[in-house]
Design a protein around this ligand. Structure first.
Ligand SMILES: O=C[C@H](O)COP(=O)(O)O
Length: 265
């Protein structure tokens, strides 16, 4: 059974006070809208600078803390990097790995993503592995193979027990922060492509257990289109996660009805 996840990626936004206020807004909004309800999981991924402050707000609440990236080594002379060990120390449960901005702005390769994924799992973090094609690949009819290559390399070293712990976010690069988004139907089809590859690489249990999110210009007005898809288990939200009321509304919409969730495995 896959419990839906609504994750907010705050990217490089917010000072400490603003991050604290936004986290409080989300926690209080969820307490009002879904008191004691565990039909949806919610995670907030602030920038590294705000992890500790936001972590204090989330302590004792059902909202999980997540980071936006990690380095694969635990410690050492790696100026500017942050390790899984340090993220666990800060109380993180989730970590985003291989976000398209890491790949395309900072040149992160599929191999680097593989090492980061391994480090996250080694530290007991729940990775949100991002995959997605650029407009060039889509126009050339290579979107599926591009995403499959990203996934195949990222998980190459994992055992089935580790792979089960993944959440995968399908985020077409052309839809990130652009206001354009994939159709619900296309997000569902691509989530199906990802799930089939997981079955081929691991087994049917892994394929049924892994949560697949859609990300890319998700907003309160369009989130329902994605959540209605059988293969889509929630969303990774950027810009629209910076506003508490709208983000809470999306989490409420993602809440699974009582009874078995998607997958049923
Ligand atoms: O991690 C989130 C994605 O990059 C989506 O960002 P966006 O919702 O601002 O398009």
């Amino acid at each position: 059974m896959r419990r839906p996840l609504m994750a907010g990626n705050w990217k490089m936004h917010l000072t400490l006070d603003a991050a604290q206020a936004l986290a409080r807004g989300v926690v209080e909004g969820l307490e009002r809208a879904l008191p004691g309800d565990d039909g949806v999981e919610v995670a907030l991924c602030p920038p590294f600078t705000a992890l500790e402050r936001v972590g204090r707000v989330l302590e004792g609440t059902p909202v999980a803390l997540g980071a936006q990236d990690l380095f694969w080594e635990d410690q050492g002379a790696y100026t500017g990097e942050v390790s899984g060990l340090q993220l666990v120390d800060l109380g993180c449960r989730y970590v985003i790995v291989g976000h398209s901005e890491r790949r395309h702005v900072f040149g992160e390769s599929n191999q680097a993503v593989q090492r980061k994924l391994g480090a996250a799992l080694r530290h007991g973090l729940a990775p949100i592995l991002c995959v997605g094609e650029r407009i060039e690949e889509r126009r050339a009819g290579r979107a599926d193979s591009w995403v499959q290559d990203q996934l195949r390399t990222a998980v190459a070293e994992l055992k089935p027990g580790e792979a089960r712990r993944l959440t995968i976010a399908y985020e077409p690069v052309w839809a990130i922060g652009t206001g354009e988004h994939a159709s619900g139907e296309e997000a569902n089809r691509m989530a199906g492509v990802i799930r089939s590859l997981l079955e081929e690489l691991f087994d049917a249990q892994v394929a049924a257990a892994v949560r697949i999110l859609y990300g890319g210009s998700v907003k309160p007005a369009n989130v329902g289109e994605f959540l209605a898809q059988p293969q889509v288990d929630g969303a990774l939200v950027g810009g629209a996660s910076l506003e508490a009321e709208g983000f809470v509304a999306m989490a409420v919409e993602a809440r699974a009805p009582k009874g078995p969730g998607k997958g049923g495995a």
